[in-house]
Design a protein around this ligand. Structure first.
Ligand code: ZN
Length: 259
C-alpha cells in the first residue's frame, strides 16, 4: 500500500494519482517516487507564503547550471536549447551572468527566501531518492527533513563546496538527465561518508546535508574530515543562505574556457 513519506497518509486516506518526480521533470529528471501523495506533490509546486515554490526554485536555479554545462554543443541557433526564460532571473548565457529580476531584487529578504527554498529542495530530493532507491524514506531519523521541507519547521544546513579548478568530471548524460547517487561506490573520492551528514554531487555542484537532527553534535569531526578529503580539489566551503552562495552559472568553468 502506498504511504506518503511527507504527510504519512496512506492510500486509504488520500490519493496518489500524480507522478512525483524526485528531480523536477523540467530539469530533465525522470525518476518517480511512488510514495508521495497528490497533496504533498502539489504542495511542493506551490508558492509558500511569499516564497516561490520549492520546485520552481530548484528548476530555475539548476537549469542555469545545466545550460551552462551544455552550452557549447547544445545552445545556440538550431540547437537543443535556443533560449532560456526564467521567472526570477535575468540570465545572460553568453556572458554567464545572472541576476534577480528587478521586481524581486527589491523585495526585502527575497534572496534569503530563495536560499531557504533551495535548501528544502535539496533535502527533498535526498528523501525522495532515499525512498525510491532504498525504501528508507519513512525512517524516523528523517523526521526532521519532513518537518523542514513539508511544514517549514526548523532550519538545517546545506554545505556548498567551492572548487579549486574548473574541471568537472561529469558525464554529459547526467546533464541531460540528472541523477542522484546515494551509493558510495558511484561517488567521487572526495565525498565523505559520515553518520550525520551526506555529501553528493548534483549537476557539477558538491553539497553536504545533515542526515540527523542532532548534526551539530558531529559538526567538528565532519568539517575536519571533509576539509581533508577535499584539500586537493576544493577551495573552501560555505553554508548556503542565499541563492548566490552557489556558483549557479559555474563561473569556475571560465578558467578552462579561456585560451
Ligand atoms: Zn502526503
Amino acid at each position: 500500500m502506498k504511504h506518503c513519506i511527507w504527510c504519512r497518509r496512506t492510500e486509504q486516506e488520500t490519493t496518489f494519482n500524480k507522478e512525483a518526480h524526485t528531480i523536477p521533470k523540467t530539469l530533465g529528471g525522470q525518476d518517480i517516487c511512488i510514495n508521495v501523495c497528490d497533496i504533498c506533490n502539489q504542495f511542493f509546486g506551490q508558492h509558500y507564503q511569499s516564497s516561490p515554490s520549492v520546485e520552481t526554485v530548484i528548476k530555475e536555479t539548476f537549469n542555469i547550471t545545466r545550460i551552462r554545462l551544455l552550452d557549447k554543443e547544445h545552445i545556440g541557433k538550431n540547437k537543443a536549447v535556443t533560449k532560456f526564460s526564467s521567472q526570477y532571473f535575468k540570465v545572460d548565457l553568453t556572458k554567464h551572468k545572472l541576476e534577480l529580476k528587478p521586481a524581486y531584487r527589491l523585495q526585502k529578504g527575497f534572496q534569503e527566501k530563495m536560499g531557504r527554498q533551495i535548501k528544502k529542495g535539496l533535502y527533498k530530493i535526498f528523501l525522495e531518492e532515499t525512498e525510491r532507491q532504498k525504501y528508507d524514506g519513512h525512517n524516523p531519523q528523517y523526521d526532521f527533513i519532513r518537518e523542514f521541507c513539508r511544514y517549514d519547521l526548523g532550519d538545517y544546513p546545506v554545505f556548498y563546496f567551492e572548487r579549486l579548478h574548473g574541471i568537472i568530471a561529469m558525464a554529459k548524460s547526467w546533464t541531460v538527465r540528472p541523477e542522484f547517487f546515494l551509493d558510495p561506490d558511484q561517488q567521487f573520492k572526495y565525498l565523505v561518508r559520515e553518520p550525520s551528514f551526506f555529501e553528493f554531487e548534483f549537476l557539477g555542484h558538491v553539497f553536504g546535508i545533515a542526515t540527523s537532527r542532532h548534526w551539530e553534535l558531529a559538526i567538528d569531526n565532519y568539517i575536519k574530515k571533509t576539509t581533508e578529503a577535499k584539500r586537493q580539489f576544493f577551495r573552501r566551503w560555505r553554508l548556503v543562505k542565499n541563492f548566490n552562495d552557489i556558483d549557479l552559472s559555474l563561473s569556475i568553468l571560465d578558467d578552462v574556457d579561456r585560451p
